[in-house]
Design a protein around this ligand. Structure first.
Ligand code: FES
Length: 123
C-alpha cells in the first residue's frame, strides 16, 4: 500500500464560537466524522490533538508526510470530513504536497492557514 499522509485534527476546536457546557466541540465532531470514513482504511492516518493554536479560525487540522510541505488548515467544519480526505489523497499524490486551490474540493479552497517546508529543507 502506498504511504499515507498523517492527518492531525484538533479535537477541542469550537469553530470560533462559544459552546454550551457538555456540548461536543465541532473539532471532536470533525475528528469523529473523519474517523468514521477511515474505519476501513483510507486516504490518511488520523490522530487528534488538543488545541493547535488556531482557535479563532478553527476547526483546525494539519496534513504532513515525509519529504512534503506540512499544511496547516483552518476554517474547517465537521461536514468537510469527506472533502478533507479527498484533499489528503491529492496531497499524497503531489510530489511536494502542494495542491493548488483549484485542485481541492470547492469547500476547501480557503482553508490553508500556513505551511512548513519538509525537514530536509533544514539540511
Ligand atoms: S482549540 Fe483548536 S486550535 Fe485551539
Amino acid at each position: 500500500m502506498p504511504q499515507r499522509p498523517h492527518l492531525i485534527v484538533c479535537t477541542t476546536c469550537q469553530a470560533g464560537h462559544e459552546i454550551a457546557e457538555g456540548e461536543t466541540p465541532p473539532g471532536a465532531l470533525l475528528f469523529a466524522a473523519v474517523a468514521g470514513l477511515l474505519a476501513e482504511g483510507g486516504a490518511a492516518v488520523l490522530s487528534g490533538a488538543s488545541c493547535m493554536a488556531n482557535c479563532e479560525r478553527g476547526c483546525s487540522a494539519a496534513l504532513a508526510m515525509p519529504g512534503k510541505w506540512t499544511y496547516f488548515l483552518g476554517n474547517l467544519r465537521p461536514e468537510h470530513a469527506a472533502d478533507l480526505l479527498t484533499y489528503a489523497q491529492t496531497y499524497a499524490a503531489s510530489a511536494t504536497g502542494t495542491v493548488m486551490p483549484s485542485r481541492r474540493p470547492a469547500s476547501l479552497r480557503n482553508i490553508v492557514i500556513g505551511r512548513v517546508p519538509p525537514q530536509e529543507f533544514a539540511a
